[in-house]
Design a protein around this ligand. Structure first.
Ligand SMILES: Nc1nc2c(c(=O)[nH]1)N[C@H]1C(S)=C(S)[C@@H](COP(=O)(O)OP(=O)(O)OC[C@H]3O[C@@H](n4cnc5c(=O)[nH]c(N)nc54)[C@H](O)[C@@H]3O)O[C@H]1N2
Ligand SMILES: Nc1nc2c(c(=O)[nH]1)N[C@H]1C(S)=C(S)[C@@H](COP(=O)(O)OP(=O)(O)OC[C@H]3O[C@@H](n4cnc5c(=O)[nH]c(N)nc54)[C@H](O)[C@@H]3O)O[C@H]1N2
Ligand SMILES: [Mo]
Length: 696
């Protein structure tokens, strides 16, 4: 380049290969167009088969989010009361020195005193580097409390592990060849769009699509059949399907004999569930159950592949773990696993050979064994005093990649916890979220366009690379860099704290993935069998599909899956007669994007969908503001009388920022901190409420 041309504005457009960082099964390969150091556009990578050139509406606005005028671009220190959101600008040096000093003071008090410090994080970015790498190393070295990351998928994940052996299943691309697709607890069009594209191919080729969901979702609209069961009754439905498969002998006896464990026991249990019994529990007709069993069972004689796309929507209830076990058992009954287009997919994340120990270094704990705090009960745990059983009260909280004040259940308790004056809170964020309002320090984090990362996926089987497309905005730093600098200030000299982000990207998979291919193409497909369980080989202790789990029995639990009713069973409370589920609003990603105006404008206001009969009984009309309440609290939103709601169930679409909602609250004001049967997960969709016209 000569001297003259370097003075001209840089008008060259380059395209940088990246990955969508969001908590979504699709993990898209993304192309960012950069001109003059500014990212001007993001688009789906046409060369990546699963992304197929298309991003969802939300992520297409990623540049609007990145250059948002309210991005936090320098460290902030609280100057007003907690929650008031008043901050002043400070330097990185003074913020980090103060934070390191506060953490050291706590940790120095006794050998296990650092347990009073809790990291709180989830999947704001799914990146293996900016997610949990340097941060985990830091907290392990410190000896902080460990965090049980249960907020999303714990019940289903554990159910799957005790049945199939791990978070494993069908490969998503083969759904295109299925003849029957059961979409179970998934609003695929909203939250798994790139799977839906494969299902569409199958549909065009004559496949039948059935959707099992209490809500008549956008996806249910486009399926041949919709089974609108009551929330949390999926286990009863699965048992009745088994009943029908058994009594009509629509079974693959050879597969059952060779590749399953505990069939006689499960058979006996399923025979107690004729369709009439399940229909009563599920609030649907026995005929719907028999017809679905007939379609599913027909695949035995026809040798056609039947596939189930289960998703996490069905496991946010008390019996979510058992329901996932029952549904994951179904393919073995009909031998669906023999086909590459048959079986079940809940999550593919267990197929990725991630080098977690090398990334997170649990060995830095040495002989210390800190307690584990469950992120789903953060409200209660922040309010717990020191005790022998609990250990020290939580004194310091470092939040990154998560917005607990908005997304954790039973907000009133969560807010009271965050309000504690004796709690020291640091939040690494892009924006001043509901959680950041309670911080003592807010530290500005880079977005996916500004840092390197490497990704696995829970909906497909490709590894993705994300290159930084632009320089960090303002004074923002990657999460990794913040923890590197804190480590230095705490005096940690281990070599692992000096590793840079690109080295971490390489370390994530070591030799298991060709890094040059990743650098070059942006993605690399794992070498996996097409029909992994055609001949058994499940990654369970027995190598079989475990209907009976000796591991669960050894824990004193039922070794066989069963129907476990909701904590807040439908109609069990005369005061709160409506079951509320709170699945995501399509244009938000959990609470991310709620502050992006163009997307919030599409969603309008927080919405409650209600069936016309339930609205008439309460004398309330579409468009009116209503109060949704129970013993835990109340929130206000706009009522929509809608065919998307079945009688007795209301859909409170989530997850709004509290401060952008109608009265500084959101759906989690009414959800509970009760946990699931397996996995200690949250029960967001196991929640009774009443609704009335707002008096204000
Ligand atoms: N647009 C968008 N996409 C997202 C997200 C988002 O917020 N917005 N979130 C991402 C995240 S973190 C996740 S975990 C996934 C979530 O996506 P999914 O795993 O699909 O889960 P949900 O969206 O919670 O619920 C899916 C469907 O399950 C239904 N459902 C609720 N209760 C029950 C029940 O008891 N039984 C059955 N059968 N169905 C039930 C809901 O009505 C909903 O339509 O999506 C990811 N993708
Ligand atoms: N009522 C109800 N509640 C729910 C759900 C529901 O369906 N109903 N869904 C639940 C589910 S499935 C999930 S997974 C949880 C999700 O809960 P969270 O994991 O807390 O997800 P988000 O609300 O998207 O918040 C993620 C935050 O991380 C920030 N972030 C993103 N990238 C980075 C980064 O690189 N660095 C830093 N420091 N920050 C970053 C974003 O700005 C955002 O504020 O919510 C749960 N809560
Ligand atoms: Mo999630």
């Amino acid at each position: 380049m000569n001297a003259t041309s370097s003075l001209l504005p840089d008008t060259t457009h380059t395209q940088v290969l990246g990955a969508c960082p969001h908590d979504c099964p699709d993990t898209c390969s993304m192309l960012t167009t950069v001109a003059g150091g500014i990212a001007i556009k993001v688009q789906g990578n046409p060369a990546h088969p699963h992304t197929d050139g298309a991003l969802c509406t939300k992520v297409s606005r990623y540049t609007e989010r990145t250059y948002h005028p309210e991005r936090i671009l320098h460290p902030l220190k609280r100057v007003g009361p907690k929650g008031a959101g008043q901050f002043e600008r400070v330097s990185w040096d003074s913020a980090l020195q103060d934070i390191a000093a506060r953490l050291s003071t706590i940790a120095r008090r006794s050998p296990d005193a650092a347990q009073a410090i809790l990291p709180y994080s989830y999947a704001g970015t799914m990146g293996l580097v900016q997610g949990e790498s340097m941060s985990a190393r830091f907290f392990h070295k410190l000896g902080a409390s460990l965090l049980d990351r249960t907020i999303c998928a714990a019940a289903g994940g554990e159910g799957l592990t005790h049945t199939l052996g791990g978070k494993v299943g069908m490969r998503v691309e083969f759904f295109a060849e299925s003849r029957l697709i059961i979409i179970w607890g998934s609003n695929s069009i909203a939250s798994n769009l790139h799977f839906w594209r494969y299902a569409q191919v199958a549909k065009r080729n004559g496949a039948r699509l059935v959707c099992i969901d209490p809500r008549r979702s956008e996806t249910a609209d486009k399926c041949h059949e919709h089974i609108a069961l009551l929330p949390g009754t999926d286990g009863a439905l699965a048992l009745a399907l088994m009943h029908e498969l058994i009594t009509h002998d629509w079974l693959d006896h050879d597969y059952l004999a060779r590749h399953t464990l505990g069939w006689d026991l499960l058979r006996e249990r399923a025979l107690q569930w004729p369709p009439e019994r399940a229909a009563q529990v599920c609030g649907i007709s026995p005929e719907q159950i028999s017809a679905l069993a007939r379609d599913y069972g027909a695949c035995v004689a026809s040798h056609e592949p039947a596939a189930i796309r289960m998703n996490y929507g069905m496991q946010r209830v008390h019996g979510g773990g058992n329901a996932a076990r029952l549904i994951a058992s179904l393919p073995a009954l009909i031998g669906a696993w023999r086909h590459r287009a048959g079986g079940v997919l809940l999550s593919s994340s267990g197929l990725f050979p991630v080098n977690r120990a090398a990334m997170q270094r649990p060995d830095l704990l040495g002989s210390r064994a800190p307690r584990t705090i469950n992120m789903s009960t953060i409200g209660d745990d922040l309010l717990r005093p020191s005790s022998l059983e609990f250990g020290p009260a939580i004194e310091a909280l470092i939040v990154y990649n998560s917005n607990p004040v908005a997304i954790a259940p039973e907000s009133a308790r969560v807010v009271r916890g965050f309000e504690r004056d004796d709690l020291f809170t640091v939040v690494l964020e892009h924006f001043q979220t509901d959680t950041a309002d309670y911080a003592d320090y807010i530290l500005p984090a880079t977005t996916q366009l500004e840092h390197w990362d490497v990704h696995s996926s829970y909906g497909h089987t490709d590894v993705l690379l994300n290159r930084a497309a632009i320089a960090p905005l303002g004074e923002a730093k990657p999460n990794t860099q913040v923890f590197r600098e804190l480590a230095r200030l705490m005096g940690y000299t281990d070599a692992c704290f000096a590793e840079d982000d690109q080295a971490l990207c390489r370390r994530a998979y070591g030799d298991a993935v060709n890094f040059d291919e990743l650098l070059d193409k942006g993605f690399a497909t794992l070498a996996l069998a097409q029909a992994p369980f055609a001949h058994g080989n499940f990654p369970t202790p027995s190598g079989k599909c475990e209907f009976f789990s000796a591991r669960l029995a050894a824990r004193g639990l039922d070794g066989l899956p069963d129907y476990v009713p909701n904590h807040e069973a439908f109609s069990s409370s005369p005061l709160y007669p409506l079951a509320m589920i709170s699945p995501p609003a399509r244009n938000f990603l959990n609470s991310t994007f709620v502050n992006v105006k163009s997307l919030r404008d599409i969603e309008g206001e927080p919405l409650l969908e209600m069936h016309a009969a339930d609205a008439a009984a309460r004398g309330i009309q579409s468009g009116e503001i209503v109060r949704v309440f129970n013993q835990r609290g109340a929130y206000r939103c706009k009522l929509e009388i809608s065919k998307r709601a079945r009688p007795g169930v209301v859909n409170g679409l989530g997850v709004w920022w509290r401060k952008l909602g109608l009265d500084g609250t959101n759906v989690n004001q009414v959800t509970s901190q009760k946990l699931t049967d397996l996995g200690r997960g949250p029960t967001f969709y196991d929640c009774l409420v009443e609704v009335e016209k707002d008096a204000l």
